[in-house]
Design a binder for this molecule. Structure first.
Ligand code: C5P
Length: 237
């Protein structure tokens, strides 16, 4: 898969999502979309099928974390939705990640890409101490990324600021999917460690996940184009 911008569709209803997607109706390039818990819990699996039918690729961001058998069976259900990327928490252990891959793999051997959340960007070293994890955050992220790689996963969700180091530890082909992206002249909102699309590219992100800078923009299509231009640079098709 080549580098791309993924729009985080953090809407709580199909109506709001469709109002947003209608703005892209005349675009040649159908944006890659992220469906998270909010939209999925509000509208169920049907929303995934509707988005697919409109020609978009989908990153289904449900961050599974349970016993291996449960995650394996849940992944088999998600795999049938024919999404492009699924995810889980690396903290669920190597056994859970391996089971997830098994569940995700279809009878014909194909499967969506599977990536792991290492540590949420809302986690701090102080908060990890409360979980009795006293190693530096960076070390934990790299260790979890290595566990994901060893379990056979395709990549991780991480901060753009960690992307280069993840590549150094897990290899260049290991995907880095990075939220926390803002335009240089834009609102930061509740994100803390942010980078611009151009900087994320420089740091080695394969996919940037961008929500509010596009969804809340006065002109979302223009904001999406700007993101594509800044992130992909000369590689725009
Ligand atoms: O609106 P914004 O660009 O901040 O959206 C970022 C998206 O990425 C949201 O859907 C958020 O849940 C998700 N995300 C994140 N940080 C993580 C993992 C996911 O911001 N560590």
């Amino acid at each position: 898969m080549s580098k791309d911008v993924i729009i985080a569709c953090d809407f709580n209803s199909k109506a709001d999502l469709m109002t947003f997607l209608d703005k892209f109706e005349n675009e040649d390039r159908k944006p890659f979309l992220k469906v998270g818990m909010e939209l999925f819990y509000a509208e169920g699996p049907a929303i995934v099928k509707e988005i697919k039918a409109r020609g978009h690729k989908i990153f289904l961001d449900l961050k599974l974390h349970d016993i291996p058998n449960t995650v394996k069976k849940a992944m088999a259900v998600l795999s049938a939705l024919d999404v492009d990327i699924c995810n889980l928490h690396a903290a669920g252990t190597a056994a859970m990640m391996e089971a997830a891959l098994e569940g995700l793999t279809r009878a014909d051997g194909t499967r969506p890409l599977l990536i792991a959340v290492t540590q949420l960007t809302s986690t701090s070293e102080e908060r990890m101490q409360n979980l009795l994890i006293d190693r530096p955050l960076d070390e934990v992220v790299m260790h979890y990324a290595k566990n994901a790689k060893d379990a056979g996963l395709d990549g991780v969700v991480c901060s753009p600021l960690e992307a280069g180091k993840v590549k150094a530890v897990c290899g260049d082909a290991f995907l880095t999917v990075t939220p926390g992206v803002r335009f240089a002249d834009g609102e930061v909102g509740d994100q803390v460690r942010v980078t611009t699309p151009a900087k994320a590219r420089e740091l080695g992100s394969d996919y940037i996940v961008v929500g509010r800078p596009i969804t809340q923009a006065a002109d979302p299509v223009q904001a999406y184009h700007r993101c594509i231009r800044e992130f992909l640079g000369g590689e725009v098709e």
